[in-house]
Design a protein around this ligand. Structure first.
Ligand SMILES: [Zn+2]
Ligand SMILES: [Zn+2]
Length: 343
């Protein structure tokens, strides 16, 4: 089969012939029908320090995907050839304290598909059944491929109730847009979304018309939020930028007793004036990573089945998988929503 392979500890990747994976007793072999590009994939392609610490080449990367089951491991029950599947990317050990207490997504021996083991920018992929989410027949593979990042947004947002809340989304990349859509779907009464990138602000306005979309470099975000919330600030802020100004802003616009979910990954330490930002504010701060297995998937599935939101407009570009160079380049500029690769 063909696959996008990280050949060695250098920048770039190759479209190579490799063997179709052989599966273990607890795996499914999936014919990949759609794979989405994530920021992680660019770290691996660019061979950033983040990737150097985690990835051992040669390796196939890519982890947000959906496809059709073409072979079922001998110990697997409940799956059949022909089933449609979407991948959860955390591979839990199922034995450790975290796994045994309902926190598989923070497993002590966590491995990640497309980071620690071969991923899905390929024609076929081996998927541990512990990471398999069954899709109703007829589900579009593109929708299946973006459930993983939708879940990242849902996990950050649904740490506590959203109905009736005023919500700020800091960062309007795909996860931010999904978060804004989910906030509306879950009954938020007010929604603000900020980004420094014009393409992303336009995407937010187009896809989530309920949101007040702001440019933190030009708009006085704190004043606008204060005005709209009778001086209180927002009840919930979701920080997706991973930046110093974005993180400060998340707290500066937060109501007393409000909550912040920190989702975006900073590339360097963040400084906060904690007395005002957190302590006097009695802010509740959540770290949020990945998705709850499988609570988040059921939440998103229920909202999709109810027709409460449609995430597919966030998919803005499609490429054949062999054009991965061009596709990854496009996403690095930030001037794209979700980009889908098709083998
Ligand atoms: Zn991802
Ligand atoms: Zn574990």
């Amino acid at each position: 089969m063909k696959a996008v392979v990280k050949p060695g500890p250098v920048k770039g990747a190759e479209w190579r012939d490799v063997d179709i994976p052989t599966i273990g007793p607890n795996d499914l072999l999936v014919k990949v029908q759609a794979a989405a590009i994530c920021g992680t994939d660019n770290h691996i392609y660019e061979w950033t320090p983040w990737a150097q610490e985690r990835v051992t080449p040669p390796m196939i990367f890519g982890h947000e995907y959906a496809g059709e089951v073409v072979e079922v491991g001998s110990a697997v029950a409940g799956w059949q050839v022909g089933d449609l599947v979407a991948a959860e990317t955390h591979i839990p050990c199922l034995q450790c304290y975290q796994c045994r207490t309902g926190r598989q997504h923070t497993c002590e021996q966590m491995r990640i598909i497309g980071v620690h083991v071969d991923g899905a920018f390929s024609e076929y992929a081996a998927l541990p059944v512990a990471c398999a989410w069954k899709l109703p027949s007829g589900t579009s593979p593109e929708l299946g491929a973006i459930l993983e990042p939708i879940g990242v947004a849902a996990n950050g947002l649904f740490k506590d109730r959203i109905d009736g809340a005023s919500v700020a989304i800091i960062g309007c990349g795909p996860i931010g847009i999904f978060g804004a859509q989910l906030a509306v779907a879950a009954g938020a009464r007010q929604l603000f979304a900020t980004d420094i990138n014009a393409y992303r602000r336009d995407m937010a306005r187009r896809i989530v018309p309920e949101a007040t979309v702001l440019n933190p470099l030009e708009d006085d975000v704190e004043a606008i939020v204060a005005e709209a919330t009778e001086g209180r600030g927002v009840d919930v802020a979701i920080e997706l930028s991973g930046s110093q100004p974005g993180t400060e802003q998340a707290f500066n616009i937060l109501a007393k007793g409000g909550r912040v979910s920190l989702v975006g990954l900073p590339s360097r330490p963040i400084t906060l004036e904690m007395t005002g930002a957190i302590i006097y504010r009695e802010a509740v701060v959540y770290g949020s990573t990945g998705r709850l297995m499988w609570d988040t998937w059921y939440q998103v599935d229920a909202l999709l089945k109810a027709g409460a939101f449609d995430p597919t407009p966030v998919i803005t570009h499609r490429f054949p998988m062999s054009a991965f160079d061009e596709a990854l380049e496009l996403t690095r500029g930030g001037n794209a929503g979700k980009v889908i690769l098709t083998p």
